[in-house]
Design a protein around this ligand. Structure first.
Ligand code: SF4
Ligand code: SF4
Length: 567
């Protein structure tokens, strides 16, 4: 069924249970749709996305010889792929499908005005019909995929992802900037909640990586340049300061980890020798160098959950404090340990058990409020004094202490921004790598073929980092397993005759899809283009057209919104 045949549009209008049907008069919208130009069939469904609803679309295409399909329902963001595949399976090019969002943008937005919502739903359906009449079938370009992955970062997340990919039969390159593998785990003592030795766990993974013939480890190496696109990345890495290597890569995993925040100027850190961070305490415990303390005070949320700046919870600090307090108590049962917290975030059943266990060992938990944080001053005979307003007792107390331990958050590494620019991927508001969508694509970047796991993405503990690494390995394996990929068909196209070569689009394209060719005019690499439309909207010469959102299509839709007759 081609686009040049007589246009025959089918409209399927969804009740979405009562989400739409409880507000919009759906049968009225169906009757309205039936009268629109080129609409040969319209019906309503309780749930168009159900298996019954999908069958109805396919049957409708066959019975009424449809060559354009419109679903008026929820959001294309979640449901368009499903409806498109139904069209494809029934023999209609999936780009001859159009969606009208009459739920999020209509029934939900106007739930107290059912009549007006019904009129708006008619408008949205009319606009979709106006566009659908002008739609053209599109072909998705196919590309080969190099069956080789690059993992940036050789910590627990990177090594886990690498092993998982290698065990599926793919070649993997691990690039680690430090001289040895291991990342943050090299400096940790025990892992909660199992209390396994971090070094024992680490050695198992490092040995597995080193003995895997499909994994090539490049230590003291950094990524200098990444060109190309999913399946065909050309990566330049630099080993030491002199040796450069070029790698042909299919997919890339970012697992660069995170750094510890140094609380300079806070609570006497760097002013008193016996004010240290949890990270330093881990190393003292690991080296068995902690001297017997009479009293230890741990302060939570140091530099985290602030009103401005680092507003986030670092997830690991409460459990780290409980773990280290418990370990000190086991080493020195007579020691008094106080944990000063704002809110204790020991989510999950095993972690809550650790908290209860710590309380049963008489580790003291004292709640402070952000407006009255603890104060650390020097006391007699080299001791410290911690003044704290106990929010539950409503009184100020003083705790003389041998050691003050500050629980600080994980923060992005200094070179995160540089790497994000090399990879052309985004960073979130706190400087960590930013996923494409928090729920729908939580370990993908918006750029195809590049994925993120571990603390490079956000603070998390070892168990969560490992889970995410498994997930990322599965995502990164898919393009390599299928060997050939279909890429986006909705891309931008330059009219060379109109392009003045000003370079505006080259600078603005967020995916680096545009460069100037030998004639000095813009050239778009179709497989890199994500169809965002930034270039088309910015070109001063109007030289760029978006496939599937052509000027003709968008104008028809806009005129329909204004109630003008269809051209
Ligand atoms: Fe050509 Fe337009 Fe790009 Fe300028 S913005 S280089 S005129 S396509
Ligand atoms: Fe780049 Fe977006 Fe234009 Fe494609 S549509 S070339 S991704 S700016």
């Amino acid at each position: 069924m081609g686009a040049n045949d007589e246009v025959r549009i089918g409209v399927f209008i969804c009740h979405c249970g009562i989400n739409i049907g409880g507000i919009v008069n759906v049968p009225k919208v169906v009757e309205y749709a039936k009268k629109l130009p080129d609409v040969v069939y319209a019906e309503d469904n309780l749930y168009t996305c159900s298996s019954v609803g999908i069958s109805k679309i396919k049957e409708g295409i066959k019975e009424h010889n449809l060559n354009r399909v419109i679903v008026a329902s929820c959001t294309p963001r979640t449901h368009e792929p499903l409806f498109r595949s139904a069209c494809e399976e029934a023999g209609v090019n999936k780009y001859l499908f159009e969606m009208a969002n009459i739920r999020d943008q209509c029934s939900w937005a106007h739930m107290h005005e059912p009549e007006k919502a019904t009129e708006k739903a008619k408008d949205l359906v009319r606009m979709a019909v106006a566009k659908a009449r002008k739609l053209k079938p599109q072909e998705e370009p196919e590309i080969d995929v190099t069956p080789s992955a690059l993992v940036i970062g050789g910590g627990i997340s990177g090594m886990t992802a690498a092993l998982c990919l290698a065990n599926q039969g793919f070649e993997v390159h691990i690039v680690e900037k430090e001289p040895e593998l291991g990342g943050m785990l090299r400096h940790l003592h025990k892992l909660y909640p199992t209390m396994q030795d971090a070094s024992e766990r680490l050695n198992q993974v490092v040995n597995a990586v080193k003995s895997n013939k499909r994994i090539k480890v490049l230590t003291s190496t950094v990524v200098k340049q990444v060109k190309g696109f999913i399946g065909n990345f050309r990566v330049t890495v630099e080993k030491g300061k002199s040796k450069t290597l070029n790698l042909e890569i299919g997919t890339i995993v970012v697992a660069t980890g995170a750094a510890n925040f140094e609380p300079i100027g806070m609570y006497g850190y760097k002013q008193f020798d016996n004010v240290i961070t949890q990270f330093q305490l881990e190393q003292l415990l690991k080296a068995r160098q902690l001297e017997r303390p009479e009293r230890v005070v741990m302060i939570q949320c140091v530099g985290a959950r602030e009103e401005k700046g680092r507003t986030y919870c670092s997830r690991i600090c409460c459990m780290t404090a409980i773990k280290n307090a418990t370990l000190i108590k086991e080493l020195f049962p007579e020691a008094e340990i106080y944990i000063l917290f704002r809110d204790l975030q020991t989510y999950g059943k095993e972690y809550e058990t650790c908290y209860l266990d710590a309380r049963s060992k008489f580790i003291q938990f004292i709640k402070y409020v952000q407006e009255r944080p603890p104060e650390v001053t020097s006391g007699p005979s080299g001791k410290l004094v911690v003044k704290i307003y106990d929010a539950l007792l409503n009184s100020e107390i003083e705790i003389p202490s041998d050691l003050v331990v500050l629980s600080t958050p994980l923060i992005p590494h200094e070179d995160t921004k540089e790497l994000s620019q090399i990879l052309k991927v985004s960073l979130g508001p706190h400087g960590f790598f930013f996923e494409a969508h928090v729920k729908l694509r939580p370990i993908d970047f918006a750029t195809d073929g590049i994925y993120v796991c571990g603390t490079a993405h956000s603070p998390k503990d070892t168990a969560e980092s490992v889970s995410q690494a498994f997930g990322v390995a599965s995502r990164a394996a898919i393009p390599m397993a299928v060997k050939r990929l279909r890429t986006e068909a909705i891309t931008a196209v330059v009219d060379e005759n109109l392009c003045s070569g000003c370079g505006t689009c080259v600078k603005l394209c967020p995916y680096g899809a545009i460069e100037k060719d030998e004639k000095g005019v813009a050239r778009i690499t179709q497989v890199v283009c994500k169809g965002c439309g930034v270039c088309a909207a910015s070109c001063p010469e109007n030289a760029i057209e978006m496939c599937h959102f052509t000027k003709e299509q968008v104008t028809a839709q806009a005129l329909a919104a204004l109630g003008r007759p269809f051209a």
